[in-house]
Design a protein around this ligand. Structure first.
Ligand code: ZN
Length: 254
């Protein structure tokens, strides 16, 4: 059920209840419950990209006939950790997609070039990645998307076609902005919460090992000190289990 069908359903329910209340008297809290339920569904839809509630996004390849998975890194490039991630990917002959924040790409253009030179791929992850970015209006979203596209195009000579929303939050305003910019929206199906200071690195690894299957899209961040450990052990696991890492575009085309 997407936003449009949910909206229609609730309008129909609201009108039906209003008409019914003319015939039979029932408590007003029924309306409040209905409104609360509507906003609850909207909130769940906002935080769950796999439901395609506000917009269509790619979060995994279900029933993937091949043993391929996509490794993705958000929030970089980072001067300390992105080079370590790139070195590990090279060592284990792995491919990844990096969703870069525009302001970081602007600050470290050589790292952006290095990612591409090493055979990896780059997507747009907004320009500012502000904590309250989910409240952006359509104009602000378009600005975030276009600013990062321009930064990446200046460095690489071409615009990214992929976009991953910060925090995985989608809204009707973002959906409208995407209609305008035409990016392919990418989520994930394996999130390790690797940036959380209370999440133990072995717990992250355990989660990855338990949930990875052909077609998985694994979300990691090339921005923190535990990433080399988590990545190296993930790469060893993937190699031992015959998985091949591919870009998001390749996984979508399988
Ligand atoms: Zn992010």
């Amino acid at each position: 059920m997407n936003f449009k069908t949910t909206l229609i359903l609730f309008i129909v329910l609201f009108v039906a209840l209003s008409l019914f209340s003319l015939l039979v008297q029932f408590p007003v809290w029924v309306f409040y419950v209905l409104i609360a339920l509507f906003f609850l569904l909207l909130t769940v839809g906002s935080f769950s990209m796999s439901r395609n509630f506000f917009l269509k996004s790619f979060t995994e390849l279900k029933s993937n006939p091949r043993n391929t998975v996509a490794l993705t890194f958000d929030d970089g490039p980072h001067p300390l950790y992105t080079p370590q991630v790139l070195a590990l990917l090279k060592q284990y002959n792995a491919t990844a997609t990096f969703f870069c924040i525009g302001k970081n790409a602007e600050k470290y253009p050589a790292l952006v070039q290095q990612i591409i030179a090493d055979g990896h791929f780059i997507g747009n992850h907004s320009f500012s990645h502000k904590p309250h970015i989910g409240f952006n209006g359509t104009k602000c979203w378009i600005n975030e998307l276009k600013k990062t596209d321009t930064v990446l195009e200046t460095i690489l000579g071409e615009k990214p076609t992929l976009f991953r929303p910060p925090y995985g939050v989608t809204t009707p305003h973002l959906a409208k902005a995407i209609e305008f910019t035409n990016h392919t929206v990418v989520g994930w199906n394996i999130r390790t919460y690797d940036t959380s200071p209370i999440r133990h690195k072995d717990a992250m690894l355990k989660y990855i090992k338990m949930h990875t299957e052909p077609g998985s899209v694994i979300l990691l961040h090339d921005t923190h000190q535990r990433i080399p450990y988590v990545l190296e052990h993930t790469l060893i696991y993937l190699q031992e289990h015959g998985y091949k890492t591919v870009s998001i575009n390749n996984l979508m085309d399988e």
